[in-house]
Write a protein of this length. Structure first.
Length: 296
């Protein structure tokens, strides 16, 4: 919860499900089980994902670690949320629903007379109607809403109530549809723009994790760039992109966590949100992923 609030107050969009999987479901829970002296062969969950092992070594090595691959039911695939689970944990994880469709799972639940078969699906970490209560511990700090030219076009109620790509609840009237383009936490400013201005050719990300803890080499198979498919949010479809090491330019004072990478899309993508994750796939298998710093 503190992470969730801190990220919004820093002008970023948090992803609590990714953090929860790494630290709670596949972290503290298993540590607690082991502390109780419970021995187990495998840890099974209901995530829609697969565990696979490559036929050949990855990134030019002989390593063939346990890796996460997309589920059969692509419409319910949850691999994006699982990319930070360490290989050491994946070695003992099994996903029984990997080859099943959600409709088949619900039918089995109905046949078994389980109440969950009739329960509505949960989609959000916390519903928006609870935001005011959640952020009530610290008074919101109102500020300016500006356009791309710097003109003040309204007032915001606190940057924690906004995220990149948002359209509803902006309370401005400029004669054309506008969306949150970016959030300047340092100056307490929300920037709005037309939808067409939200496209980015790429992004910069850091805090990466890699399958088998193996980071790709600076040059991959004779090229500086590694061609992959990427997702920048759960609901987006994987798109072709190239990744390569990012060397911060002069004046870039951001404190990157580990090696930063530049991701260049084959086609521009909408609403790249700092704080969200970019996850890298190759043939439906996750190679790694990191946290978005900025679009570019």
């Amino acid at each position: 919860m503190e992470y969730f609030k801190a990220e919004y107050r820093a002008g970023r969009t948090p992803n609590p499900c990714i953090r929860c999987n790494r630290m709670i479901k596949f972290g503290a829970l298993l540590q607690g089980v082991e502390a109780l002296g419970i021995k187990y062969d495998y840890f099974c969950t209901g995530h829609y994902a697969k565990i696979v092992r490559p036929e050949e070594g990855i990134f030019g090595t002989d390593a063939r670690p346990a890796m996460i691959a997309t589920a059969t039911d692509i419409s319910k695939d949850q691999t994006y949320f699982l990319y930070r689970v360490p290989t050491s944990v994946l070695e003992k994880v099994r996903f029984p629903l990997a080859l099943m469709k959600k409709s088949e799972v619900f039918e089995l639940a109905r046949q078994a007379g389980l109440e969950a078969a009739e329960r509505a699906e949960s989609q959000d970490f916390i519903s928006s109607e609870y935001f005011d209560l959640l952020f009530a511990d610290v008074p919101s700090k109102p500020g300016d809403i500006i356009d791309l030219d710097g003109h003040v076009i309204g007032k915001h109620r606190g940057i924690e109530h906004y995220t990149v790509g948002q359209r509803r609840g902006l309370d401005v009237a400029v004669g054309y549809p506008v969306y949150v383009h970016s959030i300047d936490a340092k100056n307490n400013v929300v920037v709005l723009a037309p939808n067409s201005a939200l496209d980015s050719n790429g992004l910069i990300a850091d805090d990466f994790v890699w399958a088998g803890d193996l980071e790709p080499p600076a040059e991959f198979e004779g090229s500086k760039a590694l061609e992959v498919m990427v997702k920048i949010r759960l609901a987006s479809k994987p798109v072709p992109a190239r990744i390569e090491h990012y060397l911060p330019a002069a004046g870039d004072n951001f404190e990157y966590r580990g090696t930063a990478w530049r991701v260049t899309f084959d086609t521009p993508q909408r609403a790249v949100a700092p704080g969200q994750s970019v996850v890298l796939y190759k043939d439906g298998v996750i190679l790694g992923g990191g946290v978005i710093v900025k679009g570019c």
